[in-house]
Write a protein that binds this ligand. Structure first.
Ligand SMILES: [Zn+2]
Length: 136
C-alpha cells in the first residue's frame, strides 16, 4: 500500500519465508517469534499488534517509512509496479458501475490487475494520512 517492495505468499510455510528473506535480503515482519529465531533469518521484526491498521502504524514508525512511502504505486496482489492507464484501454474489463463513475485507473505491469479509487482506496488513504500526521 505504501509502495515498498514486499514479498508475501499466503501458502508460504516458515522455511520458505525464512529462505526468501535470506536470499532476497528482506526484513522478515512477523508475529511469530519462532520464525524470527530461524538460523537463516538475518533481519526481522516481531510485530506486536494483531490489527492491520495498528500494524501499519507500528511498522511505519519502527522503520521510519513515511518519508519514503509512495502510496499506491505497487500492486497489493503481486508487488508489481502500477502504471496509469487510459480508461478506454480498460473499459471493457470494468464492472458497469465502476465504468460509469470512475475515470482514473492504473494497471499492474506484472499481473494485469486494474485498480481505481473506490471505497477501499478511501479507507487506505485515511490510514496513510494518519501516518503522515503521526510522524510530524
Ligand atoms: Zn499485480
Amino acid at each position: 500500500m505504501l509502495g515498498f517492495d514486499t514479498w508475501y505468499h499466503r501458502q508460504a510455510d516458515d522455511p520458505l519465508l525464512a529462505s526468501v528473506a535470506s536470499h532476497e535480503q528482506r526484513c522478515l515482519l512477523t508475529r511469530d517469534v519462532g520464525l524470527l529465531k530461524r538460523r537463516e533469518v538475518e533481519e526481522g521484526y516481531c510485530v506486536r499488534s494483531d490489527k492491520p491498521h495498528d500494524q501499519l502504524r507500528e511498522v511505519s514508525l519502527r522503520f521510519a517509512l513515511q518519508p519514503d512511502s509512495k502510496p499506491f504505486t505497487r500492486c497489493m496482489e503481486c508487488n508489481g509496479t502500477l502504471h496509469s492507464v487510459p480508461k478506454e484501454d480498460v473499459a471493457d474489463l470494468l464492472p458497469p458501475h465502476t465504468r460509469e463513475t470512475k475515470n482514473e485507473f492504473s494497471r499492474c505491469e506484472n499481473c494485469g490487475k486494474i485498480f481505481w479509487r473506490g471505497s477501499h482506496h478511501a479507507r487506505m488513504l485515511g490510514w496513510i494520512e494518519d501516518l503522515a500526521n503521526q510522524s510530524c
